[in-house]
Write a protein that binds this ligand. Structure first.
Ligand code: 3H9
Length: 694
């Protein structure tokens, strides 16, 4: 079934009247040209062979077909088109059974939907995750799935891209039979024989329609769905494409629906959003590839964890380990602070249980894994200790010196500092080679980002241990170097400085926030400050050097006091404040700044271009391994919209020449903080990109 023996991606055998067409294309049996052509040829051969009464399509390795080969997108098409390959299954003159293990995703599930029957092992999962790549299923998925599971379920599955368990899929009719775990081949063959023996019909999904009847001619069903998910879909183009394609499935004949699906698919796949989302798919998987830490680098065991500080960060960090079944000892200085910290963790768990996100009994299991203590000596048994105390260098040094004296030899000592020099912290210990930064993002039990800060002296084992630990506790561990604010906060500082300056020059806080919100971020810097509390860093009683301190002086300390940059109602809904507007005007006046109108475009550029420039400096200095790592920091730690691919990718889409020109202009007009990085200049002048993917 192959183009040549050594590249065979499929093989065909006929055993006891059943043809078994096996796909073997590691790692995930993606539908490359080789696989598509192999399956189509195999189907034709098996269809024509009278010795075969039915055909089983099965995969070798860890999974059934996980979808189209994403790396082929955007390249000239080769081999048998997927739709044509699927038609060879559906049009086969004898029963075709798809035998599913692992994950049948995207084009993989579309292939299975082309079969007449589907069987799966209990651990299998199925889904159409194309939406996460900024596209819609493009090989009949939007047309066939609603015919099998109904319109509502298809809308949910296709617009969310969720993976559905075999049991659930069987309930909705997507899987015809669940077979014994580990015995898929035998189970599928037995099922095929049964179909033959009973003379069951060739069930073609394209011919089904009863499950769609209730939605036919009812646009209100689709509108209600759009409305219910408006918040989740905000900014994304693909979910609307999914809905329109399913609407076409309901209201058009099958072949016309397919045409409509193709048209929407083609429109999306050539767009920037899909490019960005596909880039992010690979960027996320690049993060774990660290050139001098190959996959087989030795790691240290992390079977117990100590945490210093039971505040918001310490508690949130602890929860990640408890969720992963790793026991935690958490140390505070005073009993009431410890009780408060443990109490908040418990409350968070109870709230999750109440929302059905975890089982009620798991609250106790998880809390049962945490021990509170007022004595640092109790950290003596921990394999890893994370310090999460107040952000102050002297305090951190003092803590690390004490910790060094009680921690066992070989234990890793990590600081959760968000800015400070971790080399300097490590230098107070007798084991700087076991000191690193593990910078979590607030709320630490929710945000996916973990910056793993590599110190000058940390051993490879220590760094590899932290990097490998990240996915175990549900984090994306991005390796960064020691510098003020590391990757994320260092770039954020650029944005914050410009946000403050823009409101002095002529914008209002809500203008700045709106521009970023419309760009796709969950909120802008002023709304964010109100949420976090304006009194962070406020020096009460002293003359205000920042506008936010002046707000604190009149007890507008953010959401918690019902007022900050915005006024808040009891439901915490924000409205721009007249009083703050006047304060902003006065502030500019006192500083002698003549205010001017500032366009949304200028606001966006002033906020984002300096971040891109800083990202370039970070790369230049080797504080991040790749531009795509920087982008992952922003997507997983700061809510940067995935459909814009991260700040570095965004710079590439805008064109680095444009970014450079603006930086030069502002350097002259405003100041040296806009000085373009040498890397930005070099790339822009050479017509290159940071990511090479935009
Ligand atoms: C589609 O099907 C469009 C159609 O509707 C229409 C077309 C006309 N392609 O994630 P892992 C690589 S769109 C190419 O680390 P896991 C991946 O990069 C597709 N490569 O493993 C990695 O490479 P490396 C719809 C792929 O066990 C390696 O395989 N399907 C693809 O944690 C291992 O991956 C999807 O969106 C691919 N489709 O998770 C499914 N998939 O080792 C996307 C994986 O060099 N895939 N690779 O870094 C996944 O969700 C996960 O990979 C999966 C396995 C759950 C399958």
């Amino acid at each position: 079934m192959s183009m040549s023996a050594d590249t065979a991606a499929t093989s065909l055998a006929i055993e006891d009247g059943i043809a078994i067409l096996t796909v073997s294309s590691p790692p995930v049996n993606a539908l490359s040209a080789r696989v598509r052509t192999g399956i189509a040829e195999g189907m034709r051969t098996a269809s024509a062979d009278p010795a075969a009464k039915a055909i089983v399509l099965i995969c070798e390795g860890r999974t059934f077909i996980a979808g189209a080969d994403i790396s082929e997108f955007g390249k000239p098409p080769q081999g048998t088109p997927l739709a044509e390959m699927i038609a060879t299954l559906e049009g086969a003159p004898k029963p075709v059974v798809a035998a599913i293990h692992g994950t049948a995703l995207g084009g993989g599930l579309e292939t299975a939907l082309g079969a007449h029957y589907r069987v799966a092992v209990p651990s299998a999962k199925v889904g159409l995750p194309e939406v996460k790549l900024g596209i819609i299923p493009g090989a009949g998925g939007t047309q066939r799935l609603p015919r099998v599971v109904g319109v509502q379920r298809a809308l949910e599955m296709i617009t969310s891209g969720e993976f559905v368990s075999a049991a659930k899929a069987a309930e909705s009719g997507l899987i015809d039979e669940i077979v014994e775990e580990g015995r898929l081949r035998e189970g599928a063959v037995a099922f095929a024989k049964k179909v033959v023996a009973e003379g069951r019909p060739l069930k073609k999904v394209r011919d089904l329609s009863d499950k769609m009847d209730e939605a036919r001619g009812k646009p209100e069903i689709f509108d209600a769905f759009r409305k219910a998910h408006a918040r989740k879909f905000r900014g994304f183009e693909a979910p609307e494409g999914c809905i329109r394609a399913i609407e076409a499935a309901v209201n058009l004949p099958f072949d016309e629906g397919l045409k409509k699906e193709r048209e929407i698919f083609n429109g999306l796949i050539s767009g920037t959003q899909s490019k960005a989302q596909r880039y992010v798919f690979f960027a996320e998987r690049e993060v774990r590839k660290i050139p001098d830490l190959p996959d087989d680098t030795k790691t240290l065991p992390v079977e117990s964890v100590g945490i210093i500080g039971a505040g918001t960060m310490g508690g949130g960090i602890a929860m990640n380990f408890l969720n992963a079944g790793i026991p935690v000892t958490i140390v505070e200085q005073k009993q009431d602070a410890l009780d408060r910290g443990l109490g908040i963790m418990r409350k968070n768990y109870e709230a999750s249980a109440a929302k059905g996100r975890m089982k009620a009994e798991d609250v106790e299991t998880r809390m049962g894994l945490v021990t509170g203590s007022l004595d640092m000596k109790d950290l003596g048994g921990a394999d890893l200790v994370i310090e999460a105390i107040f952000e102050n260098m002297d305090l951190k040094k003092e803590t690390f010196a004490k910790l060094d004296a009680v921690a066992k030899p070989g234990a890793i000592l990590a600081s959760n500092t968000s800015y400070l020099d971790v080399n300097e912290i490590g230098a107070v210990t007798t084991r700087p080679d076991h000191v690193i930064g593990m910078h979590f993002f607030s709320p630490a039990n929710v945000m996916r980002l973990l910056e793993v800060v590599r110190t000058d002296k940390a051993t490879k084992e220590v760094v590899a241990t932290a990097v490998k630990l990240a996915p175990k506790i549900g984090k994306l561990g991005v390796l960064v170097g020691v510098c003020h604010g590391f990757v994320g906060n260092r770039m954020l500082a650029q944005r914050q400085r410009e946000a403050n300056r823009l409101i002095e020059e002529g914008a209002m806080p809500w203008d700045v926030d709106r521009v970023l919100y419309e760009f796709g971020l969950p909120m802008g810097p002023f709304a964010m400050s109100d949420l976090a509390g304006l009194d962070i860093g406020w020096q009460k009683g002293q003359e205000a050097t920042r506008l936010r301190d002046r707000l604190c002086d009149i007890d507008r300390r953010g959401q918690k006091t019902g007022a900050g940059f915005y006024d808040y109602d009891e439901k915490r809904k924000a409205t721009p404040s007249k009083l703050v507007e006047q304060m902003v005007l006065d502030w500019s006046k006192e500083k002698g700044i003549a205010r001017r109108p500032i366009s949304d475009e200028e606001i966006l550029q002033r906020l984002v271009f300096p971040m891109i420039n800083e990202g370039a400096k970070i790369l230049e200095e080797g504080k991040a391994l790749r531009a795509s790592d920087i982008d992952m920091v922003w997507i997983t730690g700061y809510g940067w919209p995935v459909y814009r691919g991260g700040p570095m990718f965004y710079g590439d889409t805008i064109g680095l020449k444009t970014v450079l020109a603006k930086m030069e202009e502002w350097e002259k007009a405003i100041g040296p903080e806009f000085k373009p990085s040498a890397l930005l200049r070099r790339k822009a002048e050479a017509g290159e990109q940071f990511t090479g993917a935009a």
